[in-house]
Each structure stands twice: as structure tokens, then as C-alpha cells.
Design a binder for this molecule. Structure first.
Ligand code: SAJ
Length: 433
């Protein structure tokens, strides 16, 4: 049976909305926008990539990539060399606009839509009838409609779908990015895509854009549903990680190995517990659940509690380290990993940074950090008495070794080098040692 949005969508003449989108302007050349621009260019589109950061623009136009992501570098290089991708700081006229700018939180956990507003102002200047605008940035429910309003105020000469429906000059849709850092290029093409149109016609127009490069299924729904789908996915993961972290606290109380316990519980055919860790990092899962909370503060108790459970995790890890150092006056600590998860160089919202910072404050000895994916310490750790060293040096010097990120290099450490030493393993990676 068809749901209400599918019924509506079925009434749309999808053929009328289907067209070849040849010139695409992508706003925001970060983890999502740059791979999207490069993939579109690899499919023959002419892509203008726009970013406010002129250094980033220069790197891309030189054929380089300001972010590290498997397969991205060669793709950007080819796209620029072929002339199909050009980066610049100004928005250019195009057939379709993809908005992939950041949507961070303000200090009080309120969504900060400043960059989206700025993008609306810029896009509005160059819009012409039959253009399509798609938002990809993770956003609170109702943002796509608000975006239409911002465009409409700036361009009273054009008609927009939230006001006039199917007859609109401009099509507007929301299609959340769902790619996993570390596998972005592959997932961009292979993952299913959710497309929320302000009207069914907008949804069909956006579907035809994504079908130019997505192999997964492109499902069309309402814009608000698509906004909520994205928030639900990431909040679901956050809540499930919080559950694993809470179970690990209970295990600690009873002297049980949480990773063994979870492995055994997961043998149940309908149980799939995630892994405990040092906390939840990255720019998505630690942030997006607050957008959901913001959409319905009185109704989101589990989601809010999960955020708090995960946010308390770094302090708990620090307590574990202090307990493991009991009896040593000035322990030298080796912290392995600063990135928020394995095999990426992304430090955004990384719990490891908070842990290292707290350890510097609470411990008297030296603090060594090993992070193979960076060359300099991040600004958050500037001024702390930390030495960024290689793995051998850290293992040699440390009284206690703390595993914070399960990078491949750390999983391959010879167990003999750790045997009999004081270790805090926040990832359950050295259990066999
Ligand atoms: N983590 C745990 N235990 C686990 C799994 C993860 O502690 O069992 C921690 C990680 O160490 C990391 C954090 O959670 O600090 C988040 O890592 P992740 O790999 O779960 O997710 P992200 O943030 O890299 O990417 C997520 C993905 N969303 C989902 O899996 C629902 C991705 O598909 C989204 O596109 C991305 O957020 C995004 O941009 O929103």
C-alpha cells in the first residue's frame, strides 16, 4: 500500500521533472561538498565548487585536497585537470545548487543556521526559473521550508514551491548526506538516498539530479520527513552507543569484560549492541541529536540522556587512568590516538582531545601523544605540556599507555611490548594481550 507522500508523488509527472543537470554549483567544499563535486565532475557535469575559504579554493584548483579521504585525491585531481571542476569563492549561475555548508551548534546546544542563511543570500542572487536547489546539510526540522522563505524574500520576482506548489519557478528539496568518514567516495555513490521535496515535483527534480551519480535507490518523500530521517539515523546510533557505554559501567562495577559480554549478547538473533569507547566524536553523532531535541524538547528524554551519558565518558576514562596510576608519583603517560575514530585524521569533537587535556591538568608527569594522521597538535591542545611523538618513543617512555583511538598501527603493536605494563584500553582492542 502506498503512504500519503508516495501517493502524491505517484501523481506527479516524473518525466516532466526529469532532466539532465549539466552545470552544478556546490556550496561548501568540506567532507561532503568536495567529494560530491568531484563525483559529479567524474560523471561529466560541469561543477563550480564554492567555499568561503580562499586557501581551500587555491588547494583544490591546484589539483590538491584539503581533506584526507580514500580515493578523493585522484578524483579531485582528474576533475580539475579535465576542467570540469573549478573552485571559487563566489557563487556562479548553474542549473542546480547543492548546499553542503556546516550547521554547527551554538554554545547553548541551539542549531546555528548562519552558514545556511549566508548560502541562501548568495544563491538567491543568481537564481533563474527552472533552477533546482538541494540542501544536504544536517538541519533541524523545518529548515528547508525556512530556506525557501529566505530565497523568496530575496527574490520577489520568482515563485517558490512552499507558496505556489507545483507551478513554482524554482524547485527546492532536502537530501541528507549519509556518508561515513573514511568511506565517503564509495558511500556517496552506493548508499540509498532520501530525497524530500517541498512539493512532489521538487522531489522528482532532485531525484533526477541524484540519479546522475547514485547507484543506490533514491526514495522521494516530504522535506520534513527527510530532515527527520537524517536526525533519527544519527540519534539512533548515539542512543545505541550510550547503551553500550552504560553497560560497560555496569560491567566495571562487577569486574566483567564489557567486550566479551557484548560479543556473547550479540549471539542472540535479535540483539546487536554497539561498542563502548572513550566517548562519541565527529561532527555528526555528537551534534545531530541536539537538532532533534531542539525540534521537540519535551518529547526527547532518551535522546537527551544518551547525549549526557556519552558526554560524561571522557571524564570516566580520566578516572580510569588515575586509578591505573595509583601509587606512582609522576607517571609518564602515552596517549595513543587523537582522532575521533579509527584510521581517519579527523579531530572534530574528538573525545580523545578532551581526555588528553584533562590528563595534563590532573597528572604531574610527562604526556606523550601519538597520532599518525596529523603533523601538528590541534589548537585545543596548544600550550599544554604535550609531546607529539612516534609510537616507539611513546611506548619506550611511558609508565602507562592509554589507547584512545583504534588506528590500525596501534592494533598491530607486538603484544610483548605491552605485557606486564599498565594499560588503559578504551576500545577493547588489546583484550587478547
Ligand atoms: N563509536 C563508539 N562505538 C561504536 C560506534 C561508534 O563509541 O560502536 C564512536 C566512534 O568512535 C566515534 C563516534 O562514535 O567517536 C561516531 O563514529 P561513527 O563511525 O559511528 O559515525 P560518524 O560520525 O563517522 O558518521 C555518522 C554515520 N551515521 C550513522 O552511522 C547513522 C554516517 O553514515 C553519517 O553520514 C555521518 O554520521 C554524518 O555525516 O551525519
Amino acid at each position: 500500500m502506498l503512504g500519503p507522500s508516495q501517493t502524491k508523488s505517484a501523481q506527479v509527472d516524473a518525466g516532466r521533472e526529469r532532466r539532465l543537470w549539466q552545470h552544478i554549483c556546490v556550496l561548501g567544499l568540506g567532507y561532503v561538498g568536495l567529494p560530491t563535486a568531484a563525483v559529479l565532475a567524474s560523471k561529466g557535469c560541469h561543477v563550480t565548487g564554492v567555499d568561503v575559504d580562499s586557501k581551500r579554493v587555491a588547494i583544490i584548483n591546484g589539483g590538491g585536497t584539503p581533506i584526507t579521504e580514500p580515493d578523493l585525491s585522484s578524483m579531485v585531481q582528474d576533475a580539475v585537470a579535465s576542467g570540469r571542476l573549478k573552485a571559487q569563492t563566489e557563487v556562479a549561475p548553474a542549473d542546480a545548487f547543492i548546499i553542503a555548508v556546516p550547521t554547527p551548534l551554538k554554545g547553548d546546544q541551539e542549531p546555528d543556521l548562519r552558514h545556511l542563511r549566508a548560502a541562501a543570500t548568495e544563491v538567491a542572487r543568481v537564481l533563474v526559473p527552472n533552477n533546482l536547489v538541494v540542501l544536504e546539510s544536517t538541519s533541524p526540522v523545518g529548515t528547508t521550508e525556512a530556506f525557501c522563505d529566505w530565497l523568496a524574500v530575496a527574490r520577489p520576482d520568482l515563485s517558490f514551491p512552499h507558496r505556489v506548489g507545483a507551478a513554482s519557478d524554482i524547485r527546492v528539496a532536502y537530501s541528507p548526506e549519509r556518508v561515513l568518514p573514511g568511506a565517503i567516495v564509495g558511500e556517496l555513490v552506493e548508499n540509498d538516498r532520501i530525497i524530500g521535496g517541498i512539493t512532489p515535483e521538487c522531489g522528482e527534480a532532485a531525484r533526477s539530479l541524484y540519479q546522475q551519480f547514485v547507484h543506490g535507490e533514491c526514495s522521494v518523500t516530504k522535506a520534513t520527513t527527510a530532515e527527520l530521517v537524517k536526525l533519527t539515523e544519527n540519534a539512533h546510533r548515539d542512543v545505541n552507543i550510550a547503551f553500550a557505554n552504560e553497560i560497560s559501567l555496569v560491567c566495571d562495577e562487577h569486574g566483567v569484560d564489557p567486550w566479551e559480554l557484548i560479543e556473547l549478547a550479540n549471539r542472540h538473533p535479535r540483539v546487536s549492541v554497539l561498542q563502548p569507547g572513550p566517548g562519541v566524536g565527529g561532527h555528526c553523532i555528537a551534534v545531530d541529536p541536539w537538532f532533534l531535541v531542539h525540534s521537540a524538547p519535551g518529547l526527547t528524554h532518551v535522546i537527551q540522556t544518551a547525549r549526557q551519558v556519552n558526554d560524561r565518558r571522557p571524564a570516566w576514562v580520566v578516572d580510569q587512568v588515575l586509578a591505573a596510576c595509583h601509587g606512582i608519583a609522576r607517571p609518564d603517560i602515552a596517549c595513543l590516538g587523537l582522532a575521533y575514530k579509527a584510521d581517519v585524521g579527523d579531530l572534530r569533537e574528538s573525545p580523545a582531545i578532551e581526555i588528553v587535556k584533562k590528563l595534563c591538568t590532573r597528572m604531574a608527569g610527562r604526556v606523550f601523544v601519538v597520532e599518525p594522521h596529523i603533523e601538528d597538535l590541534p589548537v585545543q591542545l596548544a600550550g599544554e605540556r604535550i609531546e607529539l611523538v612516534d609510537l616507539d618513543e611513546a611506548l619506550e617512555a611511558a609508565t602507562i599507555t592509554v589507547l584512545l583511538t583504534d588506528h590500525r598501527e596501534f592494533l598491530e603493536i607486538d603484544p610483548d611490548r605491552l605485557r606486564g605494563k599498565r594499560v588503559v584500553d578504551t576500545r577493547g582492542a588489546w583484550r587478547g594481550f
